[in-house]
Every structure is written in structure tokens, then in C-alpha cells.
Design a binder for this molecule. Structure first.
Ligand SMILES: *Cc1c(COP(=O)(O)O)cnc(C)c1O
Length: 421
């Protein structure tokens, strides 16, 4: 395996200085090599002060903070609207920051999954983050339908790890007018596969279905154009690539062609009515023609501030620059892992994530013959390499373009080479 070249990090440092990197005490490194930003992103250095400002405002102003100051709490979510829209390729009034991801899946399905006549089916992937599997099965049951019959879960072909776009679009066509909702993870949590979002969205629309996307592993990771692609709705969490902290608030996207239809059924709350009627405290529910109309409760400020701070970083960096660094960094890790694979016993490891640029974000999922839990444990304890395991045989490495370094990638590969030898 080739040696580490420090010029790589000097020439392409990313935005590492904006983040706290957890310490590591094993010689010669003083920081961990963090590859788990796809599970919980690292803390931006600016977050603590920004949260302290709001705590101080609360201490000094009490309820007056709702109405006064540079960012009154009652309108706080509006400060997140434009940057969130830029992150996912939406118009500002198509996005809103609220709730958590699984809650948003349900809130959006309440509007967009209304099985009727023959059109009852949900099509999704079979290798799915469990929460989405539970959510979609429970949506079918909620409507009195048996998920075994009404939720279609697509598997990769035998002997293959990831779904082929053509197989997905063919399955959608095959179910035709029985498809109510198509819902996929844009980037698969296990395999790292980035789905062909425009092709699948078009295929869903061609059979008259609604197409929603779970962006948990896509938001802040890959460039998207939700509006132009005509996506109906989407939801994402912000504690993975968006670095908002454990359990951070989620995002939602509702295409303006739906948001404009204020008669759509929805689960309503007082924050979903227009700002003019909200404080009249009467019985008028008057939703604005925007994603804001799906809000139910007043925003949790101490959870919103970290999202706002993080979105400022994305705005400063810009998705194009971030994606370019992501491709460089992930290509570097891939080439090192390929060297390790070639130098290790046959079959010891293999990369599962598609190699083509258009089919992956920053995560590389690697399959191991060895016990992954033991391997991840020694990587963590002996080498300070933090990567997570997913049963039965995958370890996920996500070099995050905002803060991961070429040295991190080299450390991971070098440690794997030693342990697999
Ligand atoms: C991380 C993740 C979740 C987590 O759901 P929460 O509601 O935020 O706990 C759900 N779905 C997918 C696809 C994920 O990757």
C-alpha cells in the first residue's frame, strides 16, 4: 500500500477547522479518523455560542423573545427556509424544518398516501432503514390494508448488492395503476447506492403515482434538484450530514404544485395556519400555499439553532464545491481500499457501493469475511478509526467532505491492511 502524502491535505483541506474533531490518545494521532458522519455528524465550532445566545435571550427576555430581537422565536423557522431549499434544490416556500424524520414521513404520507380503488400500493426498497419499513407497513395498516399485499419491497437481483434503475422502473410500470406511492431512500443507508432520482420519479409519475424520497443519507451529501425533478415530497434528518446534533430537527419538502392546493388533507396544528390567523385564536384554519402549512407545533428553538448554524456552513461552502471535494476524497479512499483488497487474502473484503460517480455519495460500504463487530472494535480502540457496522457483514466508511481528511482515509486503509493480513 502506498505511503500517505501530506501534500494531499495541504492542497485540499476542506472545512475541518469549522468542526470539533473528537480526540484520540493512541500514538501518533491526537484525533480520531471519523467515518461515522453518516450516522451522527460532528459538532460545528459555532454551534455552542449560537445556542448560548438563545438561552441568554430566554433568560433575559422570557416570552418577549417570541416577538423581538433579530430572529424572533415565533418566526425562527423562516431563517432556515432559504438555506434548506438551496441544500436540496427546492424553492424556498417548498421546504420547512420541523419534527423528526420518521414523524415527517408519516405527516407527509397522511397527505399523499390516500389509497383508493385499485390504487393502493406502496413501492419501496427491501434493503431499507427499519424505521421506513415500519412506517410504510403501518401506513398500509392504518388504512386497513395488509402490508404483505400492499407494500411492494424491491430486492437487488440474486448475487447483486444494489438495485438497478431499470429494474425499479420496470417494477413500477408492472404495477401500473395500482401504485399509490413510490418511496425510496435517495442514498441507501446500507449500500451507499445513490438512486437515479429523476428516472424513478418520472417512472412513478408515468403510472400516476406520487413519488416521495427519504433524503436521510442524501441531504448534505449529494446535489439534488427536487423542484426541477418534479419530486412530490421528501423528508430528511439533519443530524447525519447536516451536523445538527443527536436527534436534530428534520426537513420536509412539498412541491409547490401540491403546496398551492390548500384543500389537501393534512394533519393540522396551529403552526400550519397562516401567520395572520394563527394568533386570532379562533377556529379558522387557513393554511398558506407553502410547506409551512404542514407544521403542527411551534418550533423548538434550541434544536433549530444548530440546524441554522450548520446550514450557514453549507451556504458558505456551496454544494458544487462540497460535491467536488467529496468525489476526490471518496475516490482516494476507494483506491486505497482497492489496494488493501488486492494485498489481503482472497475474499477478505469487497466494496459494495457502486463506483460510478452518479451512483454514490461519500459513503463506501465494505463487506468483510471477518467478524465486523470485532474488526470495528479494534479499528476504534487501537487505531482511532470510527466506522460503524451494519449486520451481517458491512462496515460503513463515510469520509465527510466538510471535515474528513486524506490522512483519515489513509489511516483507515492502513489499519485494515494490518488487521486483515
Ligand atoms: C437515519 C434514518 C432514519 C432515522 O429516523 P429518525 O426518525 O430520525 O429517528 C430513518 N430513515 C432513514 C432512511 C435513515 O437513514
Amino acid at each position: 500500500m502506498r505511503a500517505y502524502d501530506p501534500a494531499l491535505d495541504t492542497a485540499d483541506p476542506g472545512w475541518r477547522d469549522d468542526f470539533y474533531i473528537p480526540p484520540f490518545t493512541g500514538d501518533p494521532f491526537t484525533e480520531v479518523a471519523y467515518f461515522a458522519g453518516n450516522s451522527l455528524g460532528l459538532q460545528p465550532r459555532a454551534t455552542r455560542d449560537a445556542v448560548t445566545v438563545e438561552l441568554e435571550r430566554w433568560a433575559q427576555m422570557g416570552v418577549e423573545g417570541q416577538l423581538t430581537g433579530p430572529r424572533p422565536w415565533k418566526d425562527y423557522h423562516e431563517a432556515l427556509r432559504d438555506p434548506a431549499a438551496r441544500l436540496v434544490g427546492a424553492l424556498p416556500h417548498e421546504t420547512v424544518t420541523m419534527n423528526s424524520l420518521t414523524v415527517n414521513l408519516h405527516v407527509l404520507m397522511a397527505t399523499f398516501y390516500r389509497p383508493e380503488g385499485r390504487r393502493t400500493k406502496i413501492i419501496m426498497e427491501d434493503i431499507v432503514f427499519p424505521s421506513d419499513g415500519y412506517a410504510m407497513a403501518s401506513q398500509a395498516r392504518w388504512h386497513g390494508l395488509d402490508p404483505a399485499e400492499h407494500v411492494i419491497r424491491l430486492r437487488p437481483r440474486d448475487g447483486e448488492d444494489v438495485l438497478r434503475t431499470d429494474d425499479v422502473t420496470a417494477a413500477i410500470r408492472a404495477s401500473g395503476d395500482e401504485v399509490a406511492v413510490v418511496v425510496f431512500s435517495a442514498v441507501n443507508y446500507l449500500t451507499g447506492e445513490w438512486m437515479d432520482m429523476p428516472a424513478i420519479t418520472d417512472a412513478g409519475h408515468a403510472v400516476g403515482a406520487i413519488v416521495g424520497w427519504d433524503l436521510a443519507h442524501a441531504a448534505g451529501n449529494v446535489p439534488m434538484q427536487l423542484h426541477d425533478w418534479g419530486v412530490d415530497w421528501a423528508a430528511w434528518c439533519s443530524y447525519k450530514y447536516i451536523n445538527s446534533g443527536p436527534g436534530g430537527l428534520a426537513g420536509a419538502f412539498i412541491h409547490e404544485r401540491h403546496a398551492r392546493d390548500t384543500s389537501l388533507p393534512r394533519l393540522a396544528g396551529w403552526w400550519g395556519t397562516s401567520t395572520e390567523t394563527r394568533f386570532r385564536m379562533d377556529d379558522t384554519f387557513d393554511p398558506p400555499p407553502t410547506a409551512d402549512a404542514w407544521q403542527m407545533s411551534n418550533p423548538p428553538i434550541f434544536s433549530m439553532t444548530p440546524v441554522q448554524v450548520s446550514l450557514e456552513i453549507f451556504d458558505r461552502v456551496g454544494m458544487p464545491a462540497l460535491r467536488e471535494r467529496s468525489l476526490r476524497l471518496t475516490a482516494y479512499l476507494r483506491s486505497l481500499l482497492e489496494e488493501v483488497t488486492a494485498e489481503s487474502p482472497a475474499g477478505a473484503m469487497s466494496i459494495v457501493t457502486p463506483a460510478e460517480d452518479a451512483r454514490h455519495g461519500c459513503q463506501l460500504s465494505v463487506r468483510f469475511q471477518a467478524d465486523i463487530h470485532h474488526l470495528a472494535e479494534i479499528l476504534r480502540d487501537e487505531d482511532g478509526v470510527i466506522a460503524d457496522t451494519r449486520n451481517p457483514d458491512i462496515i460503513r466508511f463515510a469520509p465527510v467532505p466538510l471535515y474528513s481528511s486524506y490522512l483519515d482515509c489513509w489511516r483507515a486503509a492502513e489499519a485494515l491492511k494490518r488487521h486483515l493480513a
